[in-house]
Design a protein around this ligand. Structure first.
Ligand SMILES: Cc1cc2nc3c(=O)[nH]c(=O)nc-3n(C[C@H](O)[C@H](O)[C@H](O)COP(=O)(O)OP(=O)(O)OC[C@H]3O[C@@H](n4cnc5c(N)ncnc54)[C@H](O)[C@@H]3O)c2cc1C
Length: 271
């Protein structure tokens, strides 16, 4: 697999992982290796490490080791994990790839945001990052890249009940291209009032704004046309802002229209 110029280490224990991180410069951490087009000079495959293959289902959250495969998560079924996560996994690659592709790899892969990014961002997942000295959880919304000499070790996903949960993919299903994008919409109500709302859109840009969501959280349902117009207008501005701010963003006017249509359709579902 690796040419003479590339070294692939296979970690068998956690001490192996730490030893390699400490001693090998510019080490790339790999899970299932299904995203690898060009082998890095030095890489460490962590998919055999027991600690990274564990799934914990708790009352309020599920915890997945970063080397848990997409098939393992899918096999838990729609009732035990958030439906948007289940549906997103359903659209990724094919069962053969999902048997080896890991949740960690899906989150950390560079370039266009992969399919789980939008649902995990909307669900307020948390990521445990371990370094040589400590381990800490960070909110998904703060995640950009795993720092050098660190590993994404666990993904914690809150198990909140959402009354409206929408996951949609743009571009071709079962493969990633420059046209790929994902939209997630989650909402919950209390006594006819919108009590929580999450909206994410991920492609070459990452779009989530608590300010946008707060525009209508607390509104009585159904939403008026005026309220929906206001949210769509703000979302339009946010989209343009994200395109301007994010260095490798690829403008796509058709995708913007699709995002705004999905947003309007989802808001109209709130009754
Ligand atoms: C035919 C085919 C179709 C596909 N279709 C889709 C699709 O529809 N949607 C989609 O999202 N993806 C798709 N993929 C891409 C890929 O299979 C998935 O994104 C998969 O989840 C990546 O996981 P992996 O374990 O193979 O990652 P890897 O290839 O092992 O790693 C991916 C990246 O993440 C980094 N990384 C991995 N684990 C860690 C960790 N624990 N800590 C720090 N960094 C880490 C690696 O350094 C690398 O940069 C497809 C792939 C194929 C071959």
């Amino acid at each position: 697999m690796a040419s003479n110029k590339n070294t692939v280490y296979i970690a068998k224990t956690m001490s192996d992982v730490m030893f390699h991180i400490k001693t090998v410069p510019n080490l790339a951490i790999l899970g299932g290796c299904t995203s690898v087009n060009e082998w890095p000079a030095s890489s460490l495959v962590i998919r055999n490490i027991n600690d990274f293959k564990q799934i914990g289902l708790h009352e309020h959250y599920a915890e997945f080791g970063s080397a848990v495969t997409l098939s393992q998560i899918h096999a838990l079924g729609q009732k035990r994990i958030p439906s948007v996560l289940y549906e997103a996994i359903d659209t990724i690659a094919n069962p053969f790839v999902r048997n080896i592709a890991t949740i960690g790899g899906n989150i950390c892969a560079g370039g266009i945001k992969h399919t789980l990014f939008s649902p995990l961002l909307a669900l307020d997942a948390q990521l445990e990052i371990i370094s040589l000295t400590d381990a800490q959880y960070i909110p998904f919304s703060k995640f950009v890249i795993v720092p050098e000499k660190c590993i994404l070790s666990r993904v914690r996903v809150p198990l909140t009940d959402w009354e409206v949960a929408v996951f949609k993919r743009l571009g071709p299903e079962h493969q990633l291209t420059d046209e790929s994008a994902t939209f997630t919409f989650l909402a919950t109500t209390q006594k006819g009032v919108l009590s929580d709302l999450r909206i994410t859109f991920c492609s070459s840009i990452v779009l989530r704004s608590r300010e946008l969501e707060n525009t209508i959280i607390g509104s009585r349902l159904p939403l008026s046309e005026k309220a929906i117009d206001l949210v769509a207008e703000k979302a339009n501005e946010l989209y343009d802002g994200a395109m301007a701010e994010q260095a490798d963003a690829k403008p796509n006017p058709m995708q913007k229209d699709q995002f705004l249509n999905l947003l309007r359709t989802s808001l109209n579902q709130l009754t």
